[in-house]
Design a protein around this ligand. Structure first.
Ligand code: NI
Length: 279
């Protein structure tokens, strides 16, 4: 029986880690095979997926509340002229859809790759135009970075992004409020950071991502590092073997499970029992 090692992933700039808990192991084992219908190849187009039960307001997510073994693979900082097409080939061969947090200036440089991302069923999302830390650009800079990126993505691919990821994970209350309120974009962080930008080698990246997977997990990687691309086939193979399915971030959000409504202010003895039962 495999013994899970402690958390392998450490945050880059913000507090991210691969939170692997014992309860996840139980879910993996009991849930194996239950996501057969969720493998992207057999899925309808994104627009045909089940809609959220209630209108959703933009929010920040490090992961998506979910008991089903589904993860989102996400790739930042492309499109890269050589590596992103290689990655797209791998994803296509494996019938997996991912989410690409693209840099606006790279979309302008490689529009045909951005169009390929969308045409092959992946999600394309906003990672700013010049990749600054949004906490240091001021209100006008924040507006410019997000708007110009949404525009170039929409003009190039015909797809308007619905979520974003802040470069370096750099965010604060002011930046978050502007993104959610003024731009209507979800802020998507991650539940597992394999630190692939330090180029630790494909095997290490693979192991960290596989060990860091959890139901509703959002796995961070970058399609600008060769070792990351090299790791992806093994990541997909290992996660499929554990019973995981793959979804784009928007698909994951649409499948999110909300906690049962809390009993509203029940009297003390009854409330204590009921509340513990739903947690
Ligand atoms: Ni980035």
């Amino acid at each position: 029986m495999k013994i899970l090692t402690p958390v392998l992933c450490v945050a880059a700039l913000s507090v991210a880690a691969c939170a692997q808990e014992k309860s996840d192991v139980a879910l993996l084992r009991s849930g194996a095979g239950s996501t057969a219908g969720l493998h992207p190849q057999s899925q309808p187009a994104e627009g045909q997926l089940p809609a959220p039960r209630a209108p959703r307001v933009p929010a920040q997510y490090n992961e998506v509340p979910m008991s089903r073994p589904i993860v989102a693979l996400t790739f930042d900082d492309g499109p890269h002229p050589e590596l992103t097409p290689q990655l797209l080939d791998i994803l296509r061969q494996n019938g997996v859809r991912a989410t690409f947090y693209v840099i606006g200036r790279n979309v302008a440089a490689y529009p045909e790759i951005a169009r390929r991302i969308v045409s092959e069923g992946h999600e394309i999302a906003n990672h700013t135009y010049n990749h600054p830390a949004l906490t240091s650009v001021g209100a006008a800079g924040l507006q410019r970075e997000l708007t110009s990126t949404t525009q170039i993505i929409e003009q190039t691919t015909g797809r308007r992004p619905t979520n974003m990821r802040p470069p370096y994970g750099a965010i604060n209350d002011r930046v978050r409020a502007a993104i959610l309120r003024d731009h209507g974009l979800d802020v998507i962080m991650w539940s597992c950071d394999p630190l692939d930008w330090k180029r630790p080698g494909a095997q290490v990246v693979r192991q960290r991502l596989v060990d860091g997977a959890k139901p509703g997990g959002i796995l961070l990687a970058h399609d600008i590092h060769p070792g990351t691309i090299e790791a992806v086939p093994g990541v997909i193979q290992d996660l499929k073997a554990k019973g995981y399915g793959f979804a784009t971030v928007s698909q994951l959000l649409a499948l999110r499970e909300t906690k049962p409504a809390q009993p509203a202010q029940l009297s003390a003895p009854a409330a204590a029992g009921e509340q513990s039962a739903v947690q």
